[in-house]
Design a protein around this ligand. Structure first.
Ligand code: NAD
Length: 324
């Protein structure tokens, strides 16, 4: 399948594995690249910019295919040195970056000065348009179904993707709620040039998280997520568990500050979920798409399956319908 996205980024398939805190490590990203899709190392998962440099080198030892680095700018308990991470990305010779979050301009400008292709992930048409003005090469438009931070507008992909497609000129990929061939074909019909998948790639053999968490995702259905940080205007879709339910209960009382929930939501605590395999230990990001996840394939099995079934869907099902 050739789209403006595959042509521009030199990847075989119109499938992206975007940034995922604690998950976007070299094992997963190289497996995604070797499967012919575009993976991103998550910069802030590495404790320091020097560690990021080493992670990029480690990934290069595992694949000779293109991959990128994600840099996400969101409120943090201890704000990371973004400019130093950015410099490490540039000095490592990375050619593709995924930015996400607030005020990416300074980062986009610097990456573009170094000829790096930038995909900006955002959750509204207005932010996509402003990123396009900054000179990004592509947009990843992220619907309300997504894991992590869906923004505050609550517009699901079925509306957000065509609304964005009507206005955005650069290639656009669709993000949030994608996990199979039906989603890919739907995204193409809605005006996207490919899809971004996070949760679905989290539940693969090469994903560097504990097997228990993968099994929990298979067991969970589409209702098993919770929206936290609504009252802090930093909404995050995460797994429903006693910790996320406690955060929501504290927020419902009114007037909650980040300090009131910090002990529950800290990323360091969420990291232990993935390492120790206890799904109730802390907050972990997951999307509604877990309702469509029934197995733990390798990245290559997953990508081949999606591309094979998409071809079948387009050639057999849709063509048969229109030919009738
Ligand atoms: P952390 O421990 O600093 O914070 C935990 C959560 O609390 C995060 O969701 C964060 O956005 C939120 N938070 C922190 N301070 C806040 C405030 N003042 N107001 C509202 N919300 C607040 O986060 P971490 O897990 O160590 O992650 C480090 C950074 O990476 C955070 O900014 C996080 O949001 C971001 N992140 C990146 C990705 C990605 O895919 N790259 C995914 C999720 C989160």
């Amino acid at each position: 399948m050739k789209t403006r996205f595959t042509e521009l980024f030199g990847v075989k398939h119109p499938i992206v594995q975007g940034g995922m805190q604690w998950v976007g490590r070299a094992e997963l990203v190289s497996a995604v690249a070797n499967a012919g899709a575009l993976g991103f190392i998550t910069a802030l998962t590495q404790p320091t910019p020097e560690d990021l440099t080493k992670e990029i080198q480690r990934c290069r030892q595992m694949t000779d295919k293109p991959f990128g680095v994600n840099l996400t700018i969101l409120p943090a308990l201890k704000p990371p040195p973004y400019a130093e991470y950015r410099q490490a990305i540039i000095e490592s010779g990375i050619r593709i970056v995924e930015t996400a979050g607030f005020k990416p301009k300074e980062h986009v400008d610097h990456f573009k000065q170094h000829g790096i292709k930038v995909i900006h992930k955002c959750t509204s048409v207005r932010h996509a348009l402003s990123a396009e003005k900054m000179g990004v090469d592509a947009i990843s438009i992220d619907g309300f179904e997504c894991a992590g931070h869906p923004g505050e507008d609550d517009i699901p992909g079925l509306i957000l993707i065509p609304c964005a497609a009507d206005k955005i000129k650069v290639p656009m990929i669709a993000s949030g709620g994608f996990g199979d061939a039906r989603g890919l074909v739907a995204a193409l019909a809605l005006g996207a040039e490919g899809i971004n998948m996070g949760t679905r790639f989290m539940c693969t053999v090469e994903s560097p998280i504990h097997h228990n968490i993968k099994q929990q995702m298979v067991a969970n259905d589409e209702r098993s997520t919770e929206l936290i940080f609504r009252t802090l205007h930093n909404t995050a879709r995460v797994a429903r568990n006693p910790v996320s339910q406690e955060v929501v209960a504290i927020e419902k009382k009114g007037g909650a500050k980040i300090e009131d929930v910090a002990h529950l939501v800290s990323g360091q605590r969420g990291k232990v979920v993935y390492e120790a395999g206890d799904p109730d230990h802390g907050i972990w990001s997951v999307g509604m798409v877990q309702g469509l996840i029934n197995d733990i394939p390798t990245c290559s099995e997953l990508v081949d399956r999606i591309m094979g079934e998409a071809d079948e869907l387009i050639r057999a099902r849709l063509t048969r319908m229109t030919a009738a």
